[in-house]
Design a protein around this ligand. Structure first.
Ligand SMILES: Nc1ncnc2c1ncn2[C@@H]1O[C@H](COP(=O)(O)OP(=O)(O)OP(=O)(O)O)[C@@H](O)[C@H]1O
Ligand SMILES: [Mg+2]
Length: 347
């Protein structure tokens, strides 16, 4: 006779197997599902004209992409590994989101994309939401955008969306999936497992992980792209002192210890020139003693008035601080909570 314990064990094992099976089913894609060519423009300017330009906060009017936003996109297309040291609020994340938007129907079609925010999941969710909004039906139009006289609706483009679920995701009808994560969640890093076919990683506010030793995040991420020469890894951030992997990568590239990366630096003057930032806003920020202007707007890796720790204090912090990263390993277990559907676009 089988003991109760053995029965429970068998049940648990069967549940595990089902969960793993379900995961494999969901993560393997039919090739035919992602060969659809929509014929959308592959030129960045044209693509943005099609989906609609960003709104300028100062004028409340839509404004075309700035030359530095185009330079950023072109660098991604050409170099694949790009690191951007940026001023705050100059439209860099906007450019990255739109670059991803273009490539969802181009180079990234049928593959997985990871959006990671250095700071909080809320920020990562916001980026995912901004990406979603590019393809959402516009309330005044009743469709997302028009191309060559054809009205494209969100339903034609997106299969499902979950922004605020436990595992945020947008799944496009051409098989491309976009996931978002926070590198740091209450001192622990989130599991980066889930996407199985990663072609691009956007790491926003990469210098703001809030961890003293954040290189393990990159160590966990980079192997995901190892098999693809043309996979993209995009790191963008305002600086945050002379520490962390973002600073280290920036310096190593400058000193040629790290190769294959394109460095870009966009300070406030670019934003001012193209009116993304206003003169008045900058004057206010400059006169605010709580703002480290050199760091926030001039791309300088200064240890700042906003830094939580002084550089010289870091090494005496307890050892556990250095071990606070917990990159969850198990795929099968985690999959039982694969994306809930906030919005189900399929009948
Ligand atoms: N080409 C543009 N012309 C005018 N405004 C723009 C343009 N591109 C983006 N913006 C606006 O600039 C604002 C900031 O954009 P975004 O969040 O992308 O900037 P950022 O540099 O990533 O800022 P942060 O420092 O908050 O990360 C947004 O309100 C966006 O609509
Ligand atoms: Mg940003």
């Amino acid at each position: 006779m089988t003991s109760k314990f053995a029965q429970t064990l068998t049940k648990t094992w069967q549940a595990e197997k089902t969960a793993i099976g379900r995961f494999q089913k969901r993560t393997s894609k039919e090739p035919s599902a992602y060969t659809k060519d929509y014929g959308f423009p592959t030129d960045f300017k044209e693509f943005n004209k099609m989906i609609g330009y960003p709104i300028n906060r100062n004028t409340n009017k839509s404004s075309p992409m700035t030359p530095y936003q185009i330079e950023y996109h072109n660098a991604i297309q050409k170099h694949h590994k790009v690191i951007v040291d940026k001023s705050r609020k100059i439209g860099i994340t906007e450019a990255a989101i739109r670059s991803i938007g273009l490539n969802i129907f181009h180079r990234y079609a049928g593959h997985d994309i990871m959006i990671i925010a250095g700071n909080e999941l809320k920020i990562a969710n916001e980026i995912l939401l901004r990406l979603y909004e590019l393809f959402k039906d516009k309330p005044d139009l009743g469709y997302a955008f028009k191309h060559n006289g054809i009205k494209w609706k969100e339903f034609d483009l997106i299969r499902r969306v979950s922004i605020n679920g436990q595992h945020p995701i947008i799944e496009f009808r051409n098989g491309t999936r976009v996931f978002c994560f926070a590198a740091s969640r209450s001192g622990k890093s989130q599991s980066f497992r889930g996407p199985d076919d990663i072609i691009a990683i956007l790491f926003s506010e990469a210098a703001h992980t809030g961890m003293l030793e954040d290189q393990p995040i990159m160590n966990a991420l980079e192997p995901n792209l190892a098999n693809r020469d043309s996979a993209d890894i995009i790191l963008e951030s305002t600086p945050n002192g002379r520490r962390g992997f973002f600073f280290q990568y920036w310096m190593d590239i400058e000193e040629k210890k790290l190769t294959g990366w394109k460095r870009l630096k966009f300070d406030y003057k670019k934003g001012l020139k193209h009116k993304v930032l206003s003169e008045k806003y900058l004057t206010d920020q400059k006169s605010n003693l709580r703002v480290d202007f050199a760091q926030e707007y001039e791309c300088k890796f200064t240890s700042s008035v906003t830094a939580i720790f002084r550089e010289e204090d870091i090494n005496i912090l307890p050892e556990w601080e250095h071990k606070s990263i917990d990159l969850l390993k198990s795929i099968g277990e985690k999959d039982t909570t694969m994306p809930e559907r906030d919005t189900e676009l399929e009948e």
